[in-house]
Design a protein around this ligand. Sequence first.
Ligand code: ZN
Length: 290
Amino acid sequence: MSESGALTLASLAQMLQTHPWNTRPARLNFEVKPQTEWLISVGYGRKGADLSPARDHQSYPEIPQASMRGLLRDAVESLASWYPVALGLLCGAGTGAADFCGTGSSDKACLACRTFGSPLRRGGWYVSAAGLSDLQRALYQQLDPPPHPRDSWDAPTRLALRESLFQRRMRVAMNAELGRADEHKLFDFETAVSDLRLHGFAEERPPLMPDVQTRAADIVALAVSLSLIERVGSHRRKGWGQVHVQSVVLTCDAEQAPNLPLTGPVLSSLAGELLDRPAAAVGARSEARP
Ligand SMILES: [Zn+2]
């Protein structure tokens, strides 16, 4: 950070050259706050419902890893399409052809391939699932059954509480061609309630890019992209819901790493700096070093 404490791309890059950031992956912790009830179907129902939200191993609702990664990738691609000069063209952009950045070193790949990988290269970032926060989980786990199910006198309470995270709905499946419902087309489904905070993270995967300018720019591009995510699910019948991604915090996979919030004015200022950058500063990555 600079003397004034304001985080800039340059101070971020400088920070990445110092311990522990120079050897340990940077991590962006974030929180997904559903604004509506939501559903990301995993393709099978549960307890008779035709569609159910994805659940983690403890049966709490979650945004699965692949969905979260897809949401972030879509946001990154949107951002890159709006700011092709500052962020560089994505491969295949404008030509409709897949390129996948098959040549050159990893820091020369386009933003999407560099970050998420392609059939030809491994991505530089891992994106986790977004699941119930540790705090919420602890509250529910207090009511988890004792080791022997026969002792769990409060199991109905616990189950009711856990099931209160979901709502059962019923809807009529529409026949798109006819514009009306066919007979016997009621289907029921479950949604997850909005009153949840889901935590996830994106983290660099070793080996770290040697070019700290690009690392800093990518961190900011990902933080901005996270803030662009507004909805989950892509299909009326397979999933929907509005969300806000908030509390993006840059930290590091190391003991006692500092937490740097990348939200509000800090993110606005970094985003302004990144997106106003001429292509030469981001595009000619290694060569742009002073
Ligand atoms: Zn590419």
